[in-house]
Write a new protein. Structure first.
Length: 455
């Protein structure tokens, strides 16, 4: 028997679709599925919709109404408490604006029959609404069916939607009502630490709806002060403390879960929200908290995070408590960018960006571009060149105002990255190169016929 927990709050626009996705599963609804609809003091027609379904399916739908809003964590905890001690029950979590593929629960059942030692399993996520397509975490489902966190520590799980629990794992998950975000990642990963493994069900599809008005907690939480220093302590550090309690150390899996999530604070898209939310003292406290957390993360783990070189450089810097700089290392006909023994990337893997043909007087018709890669900021003596059939033309410098920030500090200044170059009309195709520290590195090929005029 499945017990599906659905917290409901002002979800009248999508709730019917959510419930219907469970009623029309390939498994018999009446025989296999019980829905816990927990209305958290909705002010719209959500409770009415819940009660209408309860009348229609009185043995399969349980409706609970909170007269005062308690938050999604209390709603989920209430649902868990109602069924965590029931035998032969699988608990699943579904948000009230999301829905499951018709075969999802059958796929989950088949998975658990195949993997008797797995008590926590996650379904694959597809995006709907404001965004469409694959969720960024779906790569894991092509790599593993079972994640042993000791060996597969680079396979983090953050979301409770589409997660299924059975046996002892049902009693291991409890959400902190004081957290308004990441409460699912904290609760779920505490259970995963205890279990030591979790499952990935490739064929069970969970449809996650991105709100059209960008009003979800994920989108708005960046403008809440509690997302910063307090969260570092109540979220990241609590997960570390739990790992120490259960495993005797902050295990690599936990380090990776935290480091991979922490990098989001350094994204350019979040910078404005961070700086507008925190005052001078708040930003200082937050930076101190980042250092506190990153001191517990190994350099090996930081290097393995899939993110830009300048963000890794910033994470290394906060860990050290001082600004560190990556260095150039010439290898054959290439230049590696390194920090200690960690290769952050190779210049040959980067590309020159063509902005178009300029109309600026004195350069009219010349090609304008820049080599502004997060991996490397060109120095004054570096230069771009174009090469064809052994002939080389060196570009002239052109002002570039592009910069990359981490919070309030510049981590990449591309003032030397801009260029203009005048190529012969006979050059229909050529290849870019860059001169760094006395070394010529060949880059991407390009066609001059495809270059448009700049506006």
């Amino acid at each position: 028997m499945y017990r599906i927990i659905i917290p409901v709050y002002n979800a009248e626009n999508y709730l019917t679709e959510t419930i219907e996705s469970l009623i029309h599963q390939t498994l018999s609804f009446k025989e296999n599925i019980c829905i816990h609809l927990i209305d958290d003091a909705s002010s719209d027609n959500s409770l009415k919709i819940c009660n209408e379904y309860k009348k229609k399916y009185p043995r399969n739908i349980i409706v609970t109404h909170f007269k005062q809003n308690r938050g999604v964590s209390e709603a989920r905890n209430y649902g868990i408490n109602k069924c965590k001690y029931k035998r032969n029950v699988i608990i699943g979590f579904l948000d009230s604006d999301d829905y499951l593929d018709a075969e999802a629960l059958e796929k989950v059942q088949n998975y658990f029959l195949k993997h008797e030692d797995i008590h926590i399993a996650a379904s694959k996520i597809l995006l709907k609404g404001r965004q469409e397509g694959e969720h960024k975490s779906n790569w894991r489902f092509e790599e593993r069916e079972v994640v042993d966190i000791t060996e597969d520590y680079q396979f983090p799980q953050y979301y409770i939607g589409g997660v299924f629990l059975r046996k002892a794992a049902k009693r291991s998950v409890r959400f902190d009502k004081e957290l308004s975000f990441w409460e699912d990642a904290l609760a779920l990963n505490q259970a995963i630490i205890k279990e030591g493994k979790y499952g990935l069900i490739k064929d069970a599809i969970y449809y996650y709806r991105k709100a059209e008005d960008e009003s979800s907690l994920v989108d708005t939480s960046w403008r809440k002060k509690e997302r910063y220093r307090a969260f570092l302590e109540n979220g990241y550090m609590r997960l570390m403390d739990y790992s120490i309690k259960v495993k005797g150390e902050v295990i690599p899996y936990v380090q990776f879960v935290i480091a991979n999530h922490l990098r989001l604070y350094f994204f350019p898209s979040h910078r404005e929200a961070v700086l507008n939310t925190l005052d001078t003292q708040g930003l200082k406290d937050f930076k101190e908290g980042l250092t506190m957390v990153l001191k517990e993360i190994s350099e090996d783990i930081i290097n393995e995070i899939d993110t830009s070189a300048y963000i890794k450089e910033a994470m290394f810097s906060f860990k050290e408590g001082k600004r560190i700089y990556s260095l150039c290392n010439v290898v054959d006909d290439d230049v590696e960018i390194k920090y200690k023994d960690y290769v952050l990337g190779n210049i040959s893997e980067r590309t020159v960006k063509i902005l178009g043909r300029t109309r600026k007087q004195g350069y009219e018709g010349w090609i304008r571009g820049r080599f502004a890669t997060p991996l490397y900021a060109m120095k004054e003596d570096d230069y771009i060149f174009a090469e064809r059939d052994g002939q080389r033309i060196i570009a002239e410098k052109y002002p570039c105002k592009v910069k990359k920030y981490i919070l309030d500090k510049v981590y990449r200044n591309y003032k030397n990255a801009g260029f203009v170059i005048n190529l012969p009309c006979s050059w229909k195709e050529a290849r870019w190169g860059i001169h760094i520290d006395g070394t010529d590195v060949m880059l991407n090929e390009f066609s001059t016929e495809d270059i448009l005029w700049m506006e």
